[in-house]
Design a protein around this ligand. Structure first.
Ligand SMILES: Cc1ncc(C[n+]2csc(CCOP(=O)(O)OP(=O)(O)O)c2C)c(N)n1
Length: 552
């Protein structure tokens, strides 16, 4: 076996292995040579080499999003580390475990005019769940061992990003065939489950309320939760709102929140205003529901999550600090059905919107709206869908999506800077075919994502090119200025040359007929990944979407 001679590198690597960190994404550099040598020679670890640190970090995030286990990142000193920041922030707000391991110069070489040296300690302080600043030294050090162990445990327990800064002095490339540190093999503490003592009190409130709204945010697919929510919705005083990224389905759930609530006046919404609002999962995409519930607050808002409780609706009254499935396991036993027309009101609205939606589609021009209707309908069963920000995720919320799909989007920070890299990372680990739908600005922004040796041949990108950030035509504001181009940023670019350069099969569609024809073979097996670029016009998109909402 080959090991780095530096004991500090051995320590970091052996702890990662002890905690079963399987995937390690490495970006090139010299200062991190001891870590690169060690990880690439470790039999338990699968290493990846990705040059651009921003892409590397989002790729790692995609793997961690799918495995729900921490993925490690390794980079050299200097600005390399700072390029991880967008993905670190996304991981922080999306509860995804990442272990950032940065090589550094020893303390006495910082701020003295040495090259590639910046202040690395605690750079992610505001968006991380732990920071370990290791101490440079030749031999085993208890404090370093404790710091590394705690950092990895925290990433797992708190489901978030941690940073381990590892200073190395030269020489950096020396190896040894014996592990000189003792692997302490610490075990992970089990999560201390909070004892929720007053379940009965909350159940009593629940059982005495006629209007109970459950909102599920971003959630990893979970059959148990799906069954529990299906049980809950048997009670006619319960309405369940879900989003495309909630990954739970039931005919009685309201899966297009915006479509349902958009046409409601403030007075109409009062009928939906809940007595009890129960929320679970991560971020909510629908802006409208946040606005309306902040204005018409529930009497009680309870959030269920083993980690966080965000006061999204400015009315949080209780945090059940427990896993949602554990919560429902206890809570369901205490609930009794209540006579109410609350759910029925929601169902009637849902049915009305469904009919208007179908009617609207019978006679519209080729536009982003039409593209979503055709593309979402074409997705193969059981495929894994990754969505870009921002109008892509918003359009997808207006349609019924095939229940067999799993759907993800970087909604932690809603950035456009790493969606492609995340999708490629997720695809590298997903069992089923991954399809990524993106807008053009996001796609060109993260085009270095394609500089990646791990892209599966069955990976598919659907690029909706409306020549700029279409979202800025819909939101109120940009069009009323004389600087729309600074928001929309039209560019006239296409993905053709990028596809040539990165060996993607490239095809295009400019109208409904072409799109339907291209989709017939698009998902079929091929010896390269494929990209379908669909061209639409911003002006028509804008007009169509406005007409849609007016038609509801
Ligand atoms: C890193 C980052 N920079 C800027 C933004 C602001 N922003 C949100 S959406 C968007 C444009 C996205 O355009 P595109 O990818 O073409 O998608 P479309 O809106 O046309 O669907 C921008 C610039 C952001 N979310 N993240």
């Amino acid at each position: 076996m080959i090991y780095p001679k530096k004991e500090l590198a051995q320590l970091v690597i052996e702890y990662c292995a002890a905690y079963e960190v399987v995937h390690v994404v490495i970006s090139p550099g010299s200062r991190n040579a001891p870590l690169t040598i060690g990880f690439t020679n470790h039999p338990q670890v699968k290493t990846y080499s990705i040059v651009d640190e921003r892409c590397a970090a989002f790729f790692a995030l995609g793997i961690a999003q799918q495995t729900q286990k921490p993925v490690a990142l390794v980079c050299t000193s200097g600005s390399a580390l700072l390029n991880y920041y967008p993905a670190v922030a996304e991981a922080f707000y999306s509860d995804i475990p990442l272990i950032v391991i940065s090589a550094d110069r020893p303390k006495h070489l910082i701020d003295v005019g040495d090259g590639q040296a910046i202040r690395q300690e605690n750079v992610f302080k505001n968006h991380s769940v732990y920071n370990a600043n290791l101490i440079e030294g030749e031999s085993y050090n208890d404090e370093n061992a404790q710091q590394i162990s705690t950092a990895i445990q925290e990433a797992i327990l708190k489901k978030g990003p941690v940073h381990i800064n590892v200073p190395f002095d030269e020489p950096l490339y020396e190896t040894t065939d014996e592990l000189s540190i003792e692997n302490k093999g610490l075990t992970i503490d089990t999560i201390k489950k909070e004892q929720v003592s007053n379940f009965e009190e909350y159940a009593s409130l629940w059982n005495n309320s006629k209007k109970k709204l459950v909102i599920v945010g971003t959630h990893y697919p979970n059959r148990k939760l799906q069954n529990q929510l299906s049980e809950l919705v048997k009670d006619e005083s319960v309405l369940v709102f879900t989003e495309t990224t909630s990954n739970v389905y039931h005919p009685a759930f309201i899966n297009s929140i915006d479509k349902l609530i958009f046409p409601l006046s403030d007075n109409d919404f009062k009928k939906l205003q809940p007595d009890v609002l129960l929320t679970l999962g991560g971020m909510i995409v629908s802006k409208k529901i946040k606005q309306l519930l902040r204005k018409h607050q529930p009497k009680h808002h309870w959030h269920v999550d083993s980690k966080n409780a965000l006061d999204t609706y400015h009315s949080l009254s209780h945090h059940f600090k427990i896993k949602d499935t554990d919560f429902f396991q206890k809570f369901l036993k205490l609930t009794t059905p209540v006579k109410s027309d609350y759910q029925e009101y929601g169902s009637i609205l849902k049915q009305q919107r469904k009919e208007k939606h179908s009617q609207f589609l019978t006679d519209i021009e080729f536009s982003d709206f039409k593209v979503f209707d055709i593309v979402l309908d074409s997705l193969p069963d059981n495929s894994h869908l990754q969505l870009g920000n921002s109008s892509v995720i918003r359009y997808s919320q207006l349609f019924d999506i095939n229940n067999s799909l799993t759907v993800f989007c970087n909604r932690g920070t809603s950035g456009i800077d790493g969606s492609t890299s995340t999708a490629i990372g997720a695809a590298s680990i997903a069992k089923n075919q991954t399809i990524f739908i993106t807008g053009d600005v996001s796609f060109f922004y993260d085009s270095n994502a394609l500089w990646n040796n791990y892209i599966k041949n069955n990976f598919r990108i659907i690029l909706i090119n409306n020549n700029g950030g279409g979202i800025f035509r819909f939101i109120p504001g940009p069009s009323s200025t004389n600087a729309l181009e600074y928001f929309e940023t039209p560019h006239g670019l296409t993905a053709k040359q990028l596809c040539e350069m990165y060996h993607f099969e490239y095809c295009t569609a400019k109208n409904e007929g072409e799109l339907k024809e291209k989709l017939i073979t698009f998902y079929k097996a091929k010896n390269t990944p494929k990209l379908l670029e669909i061209f639409t016009l911003g002006t028509i998109n804008e007009e169509t979407l406005k007409r849609y909402f007016n038609s509801l």
